[in-house]
Design a protein around this ligand. Structure first.
Ligand SMILES: [Zn+2]
Length: 237
């Protein structure tokens, strides 16, 4: 509750800023308005400061006005709400918290009053991105069917590794991966399991994990191996 003296002090502080002349009727009106709205002296004082230092300071001189009790009440409530914006309950040490409700009320009241300091840290956001964002990100880098062309796309994108061209064996969409086929006598064999790179690309990963030079080196090495095998076979070993 605000006392009659405190209401007089508030009006004195207002008069110091806006040169008003304060009478007994003004003090009575402020006393009853602020108490009806359950505003504490400290909050009313802070509201008065914000009214002149922030709200009126941002206006052109001709737009400025004298503070009224509705101003003080609404700003005081805003200040209390701001102090509680990041309120976090501080539990007692240990597992037991028998006076939870009383403790919570006390902490809320002292935080709103400004008696105990408001949390200065903003709460950290936890968890990954929204599922919609994850879904949209999965489409990044994928080709978009050209629906604007005269020939509408009839090919339906298949799910899984067969839905993309294989970066390893160049198997087309919908065709299984293949191995071999380096000469006519040995036709390519179909693979049951797609190449790892194809699965990776279908899942939105990179086509190549290694550098092209490294892949070329491996390809050359496997060609040498294959030639050795073929020579051994033809020589009847
Ligand atoms: Zn393949």
């Amino acid at each position: 509750m605000i006392s009659y003296e405190e209401a007089g002090r508030l009006l004195g502080l207002a008069a110091a800023r806006d040169q008003r002349i304060v009478g007994d009727a003004d003090i009575l009106a402020w006393h009853s308005d602020l108490n009806a709205a359950v505003i504490a002296f400290k909050d009313a004082d802070a509201a008065l400061t914000r009214f002149y230092a922030v709200e009126m300071a941002g206006l052109e001189p001709e737009a400025r006005r004298r503070v009224t009790t509705p101003d003080v009440i609404s700003i005081a409530r805003k200040i209390r709400a701001e102090r509680l914006a990041n309120f976090v309950y501080d539990p007692p040490p240990g597992d037991e918290d028998p006076d939870y409700l009383a403790r919570l009320r006390g902490q809320i009241a002292s935080t709103a009053d400004g008696t105990s300091p408001a949390l200065t840290e903003c709460p950290a956001l936890e968890g990954g991105p929204h599922p919609d964002v994850v879904k949209a990100l999965a489409q990044v880098g994928r080709s978009t069917p050209d629906v604007s062309s005269e020939n509408p796309v009839t090919e339906v994108r298949r799910a899984g590794p067969l839905g993309v061209c294989c970066p390893t064996c160049q198997a087309a969409i919908g065709r299984p991966c293949k191995i071999g086929g380096f000469d006519e006598k040995r036709p390519p064999r179909q693979l049951r399991t797609p190449h790892a790179a194809r699965t990776r690309v279908a899942n939105g990963g990179p086509a190549q994990l290694e550098s092209p030079a490294e892949i070329e080196r491996r390809r050359a090495a496997s060609m040498v191996k294959l030639q050795e095998l073929q020579e051994r076979e033809t020589s009847g070993e």
